[in-house]
Write a protein that binds this ligand. Sequence first.
Ligand code: DGL
Length: 265
Amino acid sequence: MRGVGIFDSGLGGLCAVRELRRLLPEEDIVYFGDVARIPYGTRSRETVCRYAAQDAAFLVSKNVDAILVACGTVSSTALEELKARLSVPVVGVVEPAAEEAVKASRNRKIGVLGTQGTIASGAYKRAITRLSPDAQVVSVACPLLVPIVENGETDGEIAHLALQNYLKAPLAAGCDTLLLGCTHYPLLKDKIASLAPGVALIDAGQAGANATARLLRENRLVYGTGKTELYTSDFSQGFSTLAQRFLQDESIQFSKEKVNAEDWK
Ligand code: DGL
């Protein structure tokens, strides 16, 4: 099949699938979520690069025309390696999200939330200051947010306390824009909005989907009948519930075939 391939370390990238389906309803999409090896955000750069190469190789085997890396961690740490390896265009979420954040910010004070790997890479900060050299970037590693989302605790007290803590520095610095640099965080958007009223929220997955739609249109690579194929490397407990929270479309189901990402090179 032709179309676009999208992958993430887990199910968070399904938000990008949802967004791309909205932008390009006719596009065929193949998604791979590496649920068996999540989280990537706590792993070494070397491991993330290896996992990303395998995930992308699986999508290439499906003959996709382009790949969207719907994972903040992979986009921050392994994008250049992926681009060098693959013959199809590869879009990450960092540059598009940085662009949207710079456009949204009036006072050029931008907070960035991400996994440990993402924040340690400094990729968002570099991308923002490349576009706006005098921007002040307050980056915060948020290791508790992915487990909170994965466990469906987004509305409870734990999420509230964790976010209060993570938002302290960007809010104290007067950031008028917060970049949600991990594809799991859209499920916390309402909570973040209530703790940071008046602050613009930029969703990295959505920004990546916008950039991918532009690339496909510009290169006349929009094909298909709106078919979406979803694959995963594991069916963990609570898998379907979490997938639906991200995707919000019960008409699309995951393939029963479990993909062993280690098989792909
Ligand atoms: N999808 C990852 C990201 O966007 C978060 C989960 C993980 O740590 O693998 O950074």
